[in-house]
Design a protein around this ligand. Sequence first.
Ligand code: HEM
Length: 155
Amino acid sequence: MRYQSILRSVLSTAVLPSAFAAALFLGGCAQPQSNMSAPSLYSQLGGEKGITTVVHTFLINVSKDPRINGRFAHANLAHLQIALVDQIGELSGGPQVYTGPDMYQAHKNMHITDAEWKAFMQDFCNTLKQERVAPLAQQELLGLLTPMKSDIVGH
Ligand code: HEM
């Protein structure tokens, strides 16, 4: 009895915690390897070529959307196309560098409304589907753009 209780206390204080620690350690090692083998968002979007196609189709779709096309009636679309490709390239892990104004500066005094934001994001989402971007990559990219809302809307 005495040896059994000693054994039990040794197991619970030494062996089980270290087995648990080893499991945690091994679990922690396995994860980064599987993440490293996953393709980057940039490559899932098809690199610069794929992103350029998405942005081009998006600007066509925006220009057909009566909810927001008035906003872009006098815009320099060639410049906007380049800026968006650089911005999305950089955001998704590509070599591009966005050198334009930050999102607050770029949209201030435009008084963009919540409804216009929704229309813009809906057009973007539909464009990603239209260009057959994989669903997880769609979500990831939309997740990178969504936090910009507070800098863009209502100023
Ligand atoms: C995540 C959402 C958005 C992103 C990433 C974005 C990005 C940009 C960028 C990079 C520029 C160019 C800045 C520069 O170089 O001067 C720009 C300009 C502009 N954006 Fe946005 N924008 C977003 C949402 C919106 C929304 C919702 C609207 C209105 C419905 C809008 C309307 C405009 C307009 C009118 C310009 C000026 C274009 C010009 O005159 O050349 N943007 N945006």
